[in-house]
Design a binder for this molecule. Structure first.
Ligand SMILES: NC(=O)c1ccc[n+]([C@@H]2O[C@H](COP(=O)([O-])OP(=O)(O)OC[C@H]3O[C@@H](n4cnc5c(N)ncnc54)[C@H](OP(=O)(O)O)[C@@H]3O)[C@@H](O)[C@H]2O)c1
Length: 266
């Protein structure tokens, strides 16, 4: 039972924890992996591109972090399982997981989305997260400790035109997190969902050719007047994964500079 005061041990010290971060080579996943590693976790990052994941691993290691990289496509069930098995062989049982790998999908009207596109987006953004939860939850429940965060989107709680597979996948992943949280809570295992708004990452930069123009166009839609940084999203994830959030589960929380929570008449 946690004490009333967390003065010691430091609740955001991740020493002796093994944290898994999918999509950990760039953007929000990389920033989170770095924060967790700098605060003491042994971190495994998973992503597909071997060059980018090795660069991420080297950058975190150069900062003094303990990190291993597993190149795998999370949409491939066997590859994701194999990567997790290898990670646990190296760093021990996973006690923290950030299911974050995602694809932005393909823009186009719902009536023209081919089955293959719809299924590919769901495979990465939803089915892979289901399989990850199914793989890591038993160990956490047996240990009666663990925390998981999944990455949703503002599209988890809003309709958005021209990308129905992404909207469906992000609604789904939020529901999956709530379902897992309900089953895991009696064992003291927590599951929460973060909703990034406009966060300045390679995925956001796919929305235009000029990075500054993308930042200013989308920043103008944010009550704070700017897009967020990957590090700002990472700090929310790290909080939810930490013991500082020991009574927080089955929650969905945005890191969006105020978009979802406000009405801003102009
Ligand atoms: N940036 C935003 O404004 C924003 C807003 C809402 C939600 N999100 C969500 O935030 C999450 C992270 O995105 P980000 O913005 O940080 O973008 P990002 O920088 O493009 O990161 C995506 C990460 O996921 C990996 N990835 C993609 N598909 C994968 C697959 N099939 N298997 C394994 N790894 C895969 C990528 O590496 P590889 O390509 O090498 O595999 C990369 O590490 C996503 O779930 C995204 O939907 C972002």
């Amino acid at each position: 039972m946690p004490s009333a005061c967390w003065a010691w041990p430091d609740p955001v010290d991740f020493s002796a924890r093994h944290a898994l971060v999918t999509g950990g080579s760039t953007g929000i996943g990389f920033a989170t992996a770095r924060v967790l590693a700098l605060r003491g976790a042994r971190v495994t990052i998973i992503a597909r591109d071997p060059g980018r994941i090795e660069a991420a691993r080297a950058a975190i290691a150069a900062d003094g972090g303990t990190v291993c990289a597993q190149a795998a496509d999370v949409a491939d069930a066997t590859a994701q399982d194999r990567a997790i098995d290898a990670a646990e062989a190296m760093f021990g049982p996973i006690s923290l997981a950030f299911a974050n790998a995602g694809t932005g999908g393909a823009f186009g009207p719902l009536t023209q989305v081919p089955d293959a596109v719809f299924e590919t987006v769901l495979a990465t953004n939803l089915t892979a997260v289901f399989r990850l939860l199914r793989r890591v939850l038993p160990g956490m429940i047996a240990a009666r400790a663990g925390s998981i965060v999944v990455t949703g989107s503002l599209a988890s709680v809003r309709g958005m035109p021209m990308n129905p597979a992404y909207v469906a996948s992000k609604h789904g992943v939020m529901g999956l997190a709530m379902a897992a949280a309900a089953e895991a809570a009696p064992a003291g295992v927590r599951v929460n969902c973060v909703l990034p708004g406009f966060i300045d990452t390679p995925m956001l930069q796919q929305l235009g050719d000029d990075p500054d123009a993308v930042r200013s166009r989308l920043g103008a839609l944010v009550p704070q007047g700017r897009v967020g940084t990957a590090h700002e999203a990472a700090e929310l994830v790290a909080f939810l994964l930490s013991d500082a959030a020991s009574h927080v589960t089955a929650q969905t929380i945005a890191v969006d500079g105020g978009i979802l929570g406000t009405l801003m008449p102009k």
